[in-house]
Design a protein around this ligand. Structure first.
Ligand SMILES: [Zn+2]
Length: 150
């Protein structure tokens, strides 16, 4: 596990292609609403991707996929928009994938390839024992990616 402590902040390094990305691991994990499962997100208006400790325990291929997805949110500047968790929840209930999540998924596919990315999403469901609405959303995202031509 490549993890480093820099000025009291823990970072995990994740390689995507030939690029190394440094992800800040949030010790207090107060930015995350569920610390019993691995989470990663672009926090506030910073360009830094933060993850909770559980993230560091995941296999490399899942970590890369999660980082690639967050890089997609950064690319489309979703971190500057107002996040409405109810919107995403509502979309899932209606059986739809939110536009933001789809854009981030498409970007991740560009970075690491569809086969690897879709496999990582499937592995994530198993590794985190995803259930309920979050599992439903992941499965819909996988189906949507699988449907389109690569
Ligand atoms: Zn996302």
């Amino acid at each position: 596990m490549s993890e480093e402590l820099i000025e009291n902040q823990r970072f995990a390094s994740v390689k995507i292609g030939s690029r190394l990305h440094w992800i800040a691991i949030h010790e207090e994990e107060k930015h995350f609403n569920d610390n019993s499962r691995p989470q990663i997100k672009v926090c506030g208006r910073t360009l830094r991707i933060r993850a909770n400790h559980m993230f560091t325990c995941l296999p490399k291929c899942i970590k890369s996929a999660m980082v690639a997805h967050e890089l997609g949110h950064l690319e489309y500047q979703h971190h500057l928009e107002l996040a409405n968790p109810f919107y995403r929840y509502g979309m899932t209930v209606q059986g739809k994938v939110s536009e933001r999540e789809y854009q981030a998924d498409r970007y991740a596919v560009k970075l690491i390839g569809k086969e690897k990315y879709v496999k990582a999403l499937c592995d994530y469901i198993v590794a985190t024992q995803s259930q309920g609405i979050s599992k439903q959303e992941l499965e819909m995202r996988i189906r949507k990616l699988n449907k389109e031509k690569s």
